[in-house]
Design a protein around this ligand. Structure first.
Ligand code: PMM
Length: 304
């Protein structure tokens, strides 16, 4: 599941020589961080193309908000939101991931040109999901969410969040493999903010190595999440709004890329696209003894 350079790879998707950037297009009126802004098909497709122009490698299209307390959209409405956007972006040659918990939406999105299914329930919400993805031979993101593991949108209570999330993800990975999805097409995701508070999210980010030990490419989706608001909070405790968390998001992208993540999922692409390129450049400059092969600066313009 990694190439000769050690980069994680996913069968069935392009290979990137650095951490990939997944840009988010939420076709919803109520997503927690960019809800409503990209709600009609034309605007959503244009936004996806803009994100590609800014450096996104793939676009995650979702038609259902997962914000705490959000009510589920019905199937017909989710299809109505998602499929035309998938079709429009596929026609432009964009690599598309579909963010859905419904097998029917996954199936029709794959038929319309999506390359990857991103299910925040890890295949638990819809009993037909794993079979649909397996039959299509598509890659699948298995995200950790206790809300689904425990049959309700519970708050997560953990003694050791890293160990518990890793163990629970391992069990979900076993279930999707059992259901016929090929091992080299399974991506894991800690599900930051899903049944997790800020301390849980930070603890998981501190131990991405433990998630990588699962042996699957790792997706990190920290973009604009509440734990970043907590980190950036004013002394009086007030949190910056979601759209003012993009610089902090790019910092997490750099940390994730450095740790070996396969991809990061972000709303604002440009800063993250730069961040993952800087990480790659630094990696390329690294040699076994820690000295850059081009460290002789005598003929160079100077050290700045
Ligand atoms: N978070 C959201 C939506 N989809 N998918 C994956 N794989 N991982 C996540 O953490 C995740 C996701 C919620 O964020 P949004 O409403 O801002 O898109």
């Amino acid at each position: 599941m990694s190439n000769h350079s050690g980069r994680p790879q996913v069968a069935g998707l392009p290979h990137w020589d650095r951490c990939a950037v997944m840009g988010v297009v939420n076709v919803t009126p109520d997503s927690f961080s960019d809800g409503g802004r990209w709600f009609d098909t034309t605007t959503a497709v244009k936004h996806g193309l803009d994100l590609v122009a800014q450096g996104a490698d793939l676009i995650d299209v979702g038609g259902e908000s997962t914000r705490p307390g959000a009510t589920r959209v019905d199937e017909a409405e989710e299809l109505r939101r998602v499929i035309p956007v998938v079709r429009g972006l596929a026609a432009e040659g964009v690599t598309i991931s579909v963010d859905t918990m419904r097998a029917s939406v996954a199936e029709q999105s794959l038929a319309a040109g999506a390359a990857l299914v991103n299910d925040v329930s890890g295949g638990l919400s819809d009993p037909a999901m794993i079979g649909v993805v397996a039959a299509a031979g598509a890659p699948f993101v298995v995200m950790h969410w206790r809300g689904f593991l425990e049959g309700g949108n519970v708050r997560g209570v953990y003694e050791d969040v890293v160990t518990e999330v890793v163990d629970e993800l391992r069990a979900r990975v076993a279930a999707v493999l059992e259901g016929g999805i090929a091992a080299d097409r399974v991506i894991v995701d800690p599900g930051l903010g899903f049944s997790k508070d800020a301390d849980h999210d930070l603890a998981l980010l501190a131990r991405l190595d433990r998630l990588l030990d699962l042996g699957h490419p790792l997706l990190v989706a920290a973009s604009r999440k509440r734990f970043l608001g907590r980190v950036l909070a004013d002394p009086d405790g007030s949190l910056p709004p979601a759209r003012e968390r993009d610089a902090a998001t790019a910092a997490v992208s750099a940390l994730s890329a450095q740790a070996g993540a396969w991809a990061v999922r972000v709303h604002e692409v440009r800063a993250t696209a730069d961040a993952v390129r800087v990480v790659r450049a630094v990696e390329q400059a690294r040699t076994p003894d820690g000295v850059s092969p081009e460290s002789d600066a005598s003929g160079a313009e100077g050290a700045r």
